[in-house]
Write a protein that binds this ligand. Structure first.
Ligand code: PMP
Length: 368
């Protein structure tokens, strides 16, 4: 190799680049895309109106402090406005936390099937990523704590989790908090909070209120259907805000995104319709997929995870679905080569998916 050629710092080229959900199938004009946990109902018409109205102001910089959005979010969730940090998606909030907390040789701890975005920016800081086993694909508090050492700076947990769809109870989260040294940040990613319908789940906003080390993140990409605009936020202890606000670039959340996010949060009817759509279809999908003889667990997100016998069978199922114009997510890069994740789609999309999967399942040899 030419040693004079520019080279990034050590470790950067070892990072596996994030691969998003596919959106195209060769030769299929309009594939059904169920691969990115987007909102099947799209976004609020009011958000689109606000986005359209923002056109006239595109020559202006956005409000760098997202004040109007901040006030609306704070009032909606009953949080202190000044404890919010907005990001270009919640992904950016994770990146800020990693950037502000991790030095080379430090580590983050998360579940083995945990969301990949936490890891990418941690590796970019030359930190180590420690993955705790998830027996039964559920984050286990003991397993996370077992990996915590004196170089651990942040523990990440998504609740509910993507791609497994599993969740942790408030008691488990409280135990994690109680047993974690107070100088270690605990990030609780609640991207799918609005889709939960489980009495054994609660948001960690309350727990975060009087904690010095808890950050709770939320996104406008899921329930609000604004994945394309990129808005998320973290509810942080004041000293964490002080750190993140020093590294956040001035205009990270763009002007139409702020306008649309405000309108989305004010559209209670769309929020409720989006939630009800998932609450209606999710159990239906689970029931019908189980009836095909396939293994699918209960999920708390706007998606379900289907387990096949092995990675080959999952890959064949994926290919078969693609041949029918359906795009789902083979989650091998989450340590689940035997599984496909399917987002709840529109009514006709879900039916098309179930029909195709039924056809595939009929061709499977029964277990011997
Ligand atoms: N957390 C989890 C668990 C997710 O699945 C996702 C989106 N796939 C996000 C966070 C990221 O959301 P955003 O679009 O706000 O960056």
């Amino acid at each position: 190799m030419d040693t004079t050629a520019p080279a990034p710092k050590a470790g950067i080229l070892d990072i596996a680049a994030y691969v998003g959900g596919k959106s195209k199938i060769e030769g299929v004009a309009e594939p059904i895309k169920l691969s990115s946990n987007e909102n099947a109902l799209g976004c609020s018409a009011k958000a689109i109106e606000a986005f359209e109205a923002a056109k006239a102001k595109l020559f202006r910089y956005p409000d760098g402090h997202a004040n109007a959005l901040r006030e609306v979010v704070a009032a909606y969730h009953g949080l202190e406005a000044e404890r919010l940090v907005f990001g270009n998606g919640s992904d950016e909030v994770f990146a800020f936390l990693n950037q502000a907390w991790l030095e080379a040789g430090d580590n983050i701890v998360t579940g083995e099937h945990g969301f990949l975005a936490y890891r990418i920016s941690a590796l970019a800081c030359q930190a180590e990523v420690k993955l705790a086993p998830e027996p039964d694909q559920r984050v286990e508090i003991d397993a996370l704590l077992d990996l915590v050492d004196d170089r651990t700076k942040i523990v990440y947990i998504s609740n509910p989790a993507n791609p497994t769809g599993t969740w942790n109870t408030p008691e488990e989260i409280a135990e994690l908090r109680a047993r974690l040294a107070p100088h270690i940040l605990l990030v609780i990613d609640e991207a799918y909070a609005e889709f939960v319908d489980e009495p054994s789940w609660a948001s960690a906003f309350d727990m975060a209120k009087d904690a010095d080390n808890i950050i709770v993140t939320r996104t406008f990409s899921k329930i609000h259907g604004l994945a394309g605009l990129r808005v998320g936020f973290g509810y942080c202890p004041t000293p964490v805000v002080a750190a993140l606000e020093r590294i956040r670039l001035p205009f990270n959340v763009n002007l139409p995104a702020q306008a649309a996010a405000i309108a989305a949060l004010q559209d209670a009817a769309h929020i409720e319709a989006s939630r009800q759509h998932v609450l209606t279809w999710r159990p239906r999908l689970v029931q019908e997929i189980r009836a095909m003889g396939l293994d699918v667990r209960n999920s708390a997100g706007n998606f379900v995870l289907i387990h096949f016998r092995d990675g080959d069978e999952a890959a064949r199922a994926n290919e078969f679905l693609m041949s029918k114009g359906l795009i789902v997510r083979h989650v091998a890069n989450y340590g689940l080569p035997q599984a496909l994740r399917v987002t709840v789609g529109k009514d006709h999309e879900n039916r098309a998916f179930l029909d195709a999967l039924t056809e595939f399942a009929k061709g499977l040899k029964p277990e011997v």
